[in-house]
Design a protein around this ligand. Structure first.
Ligand SMILES: Cc1cc2nc3c(=O)[nH]c(=O)nc-3n(C[C@H](O)[C@H](O)[C@H](O)COP(=O)(O)OP(=O)(O)OC[C@H]3O[C@@H](n4cnc5c(N)ncnc54)[C@H](O)[C@@H]3O)c2cc1C
Length: 397
């Protein structure tokens, strides 16, 4: 049997979340803290972080998500200072673009209004728009079926998630974090002591005080290695890039979240990017990364043309499928130790909005581990306790 190495903390998964947690642990923790990040794919080809659209918004219905995005936006704005190495700062190409949430029908409009008020209270600066306001502002959009909308404030936009991941990783390594190109394949409670022994795909074994689950869409499978039930599954999300014959507008194109048709659209240079959760898609995707081109032709394109008539004449140029790590009970993350197995710390279930939360979650998890409590943003409501108690905390967007 391979000899057992020791570490204070093992992080399973070294993409956006894993690398952010590693960096903040090194910044806040004692200098000699030994952290090993196990990441089987150094190319990150299938990581959600790499395949994400890179949007950051404050339009959420859960206050913690709004506050985390506010911190995230500010962190990304000064990332060249925060994560500089020897005076060289990384760039993540952050651009300000507001989100535009469209809603119709009493229930959805009431929900939108409630979230709008919450966002206003928290200083997000959103703007409430009625159908006539929309018509005046966006004459290139069909809004006959829309009752109301919210346009986001100044701290919303897009950035390059892969560049952020690499910036966290490089900074973590510069502070002494070790990355090992191996998957975690087994987790056992340590005999006679607190902590766990972790088995790796390269045959190695690591004894550590804590294992932090940053396995993204594979988080449920990782938890199962320790016999734990984590209701997080990989869910397929399509992204289609297309060219348009005649641009609908020369003004800034907002990031449209069309809750009526269940459709997202944003401009990407002189191209556009669209995605939609497909009907019945909230199922475990396993290893299925196949692209369903029929879905674009038969469902997505008609929806695009319904909302923006200029999108009748388009040419799709590329597409990909990524897996979102979906939290089945409530589309909100599950963060913190398992109550019966505190050596496993969850950082999971971000349900399509995690990449923007990497800075805030990384800092919060590091605080929880180093100080035993959250100090800046209180994420206690995201703990596993709500899952165990069957009390979901639903995020609407
Ligand atoms: C198409 C798409 C669009 C999205 N758009 C946005 C957006 O606009 N804004 C936003 O905020 N969020 C968005 N998201 C969500 C966001 O990408 C995720 O919430 C976030 O990137 C999760 O980061 P992560 O590090 O937890 O997971 P991942 O990036 O998936 O990383 C998990 C890592 O764990 C590793 N791993 C897996 N199993 C093991 C194991 N057994 N041992 C060790 N390592 C393991 C994997 O190799 C992987 O590198 C989008 C997601 C998708 C799929």
């Amino acid at each position: 049997m391979a000899s057992v190495e020791t570490a204070d903390i093992v992080i399973a998964g070294g993409a956006g979340m894993g690398s952010a947690v590693a960096y903040f642990l090194k910044s806040l923790g004692p200098e000699n803290l030994r952290i090993i990040v196990c990441e089987p794919d150094p190319t990150y080809a299938r990581a959600a972080t790499t395949l994400a659209a890179g949007g950051i918004r404050q339009q959420f219905s859960t206050p913690e998500n709004i506050v985390m995005s506010q911190y995230g936006f500010d962190f990304l704005r000064r990332i060249d200072e925060e994560l500089a190495i020897d005076g060289e700062g990384p760039q993540v190409d952050l651009h300000v673009v507001p989100y535009l949430h469209l809603a119709a029908g009493g229930k959805d409009v009431d929900g939108l209004r409630e979230s709008f008020e919450l966002q206003s209270e928290l200083g997000a600066g959103p703007l409430w728009l009625e159908r006539d306001d929309l018509r005046a502002r966006y004459p290139w959009m069909t809004v006959d079926d829309i009752d109301a909308a919210v346009l986001g404030g100044p701290r919303e936009g897009v950035f390059d998630p892969y560049a952020m991941l690499q910036a966290f990783r490089r900074k973590a390594v510069s502070l002494g974090v070790e990355y090992r190109p191996a998957a975690v394949t087994g987790i056992e409670p340590a005999s006679g002591a607190e902590g766990v022994t972790v088995a790796l795909s390269d045959g190695g074994r690591l004894a550590c005080g804590r294992i932090i689950n940053c396995a993204g869409p594979a988080a449920g499978r990782l938890a199962a290695l320790a016999g734990l039930d984590l209701p997080v599954i990989p869910v397929r999300a399509h992204s289609f890039v297309f060219k348009v014959e005649q641009a609908p507008t020369t003004d800034l194109f907002p990031i449209i979240v069309d809750q009526v048709q269940l459709l997202n659209i944003r401009a990407e240079g002189d191209m556009f990017l669209a995605g939609s959760p497909r009907e019945g898609e909230l199922v475990d995707a396993g290893d299925n990364f196949a692209i369903d081109y029929d879905f674009f032709d038969t469902e997505l394109w008609p929806m695009l043309a319904t909302r923006v008539p200029a999108f009748e004449a388009i040419r799709m140029t590329s597409a990909w499928v990524g897996h979102m790590e979906w939290s089945l009970p409530d589309a909100n993350p599950i963060i913190g130790p398992h109550p019966d197995f505190p050596a496993m710390v969850f950082v999971n279930g971000f349900s399509g909005h995690g990449v923007q939360h990497c800075p805030a979650v990384g800092r919060a998890v590091a605080e929880l581990i180093v100080f035993g409590a959250y100090r800046s943003i209180d994420l206690s409501r995201f703990s596993y306790d709500r899952i165990a108690a069957g009390q979901p905390l639903t995020e609407r967007y």
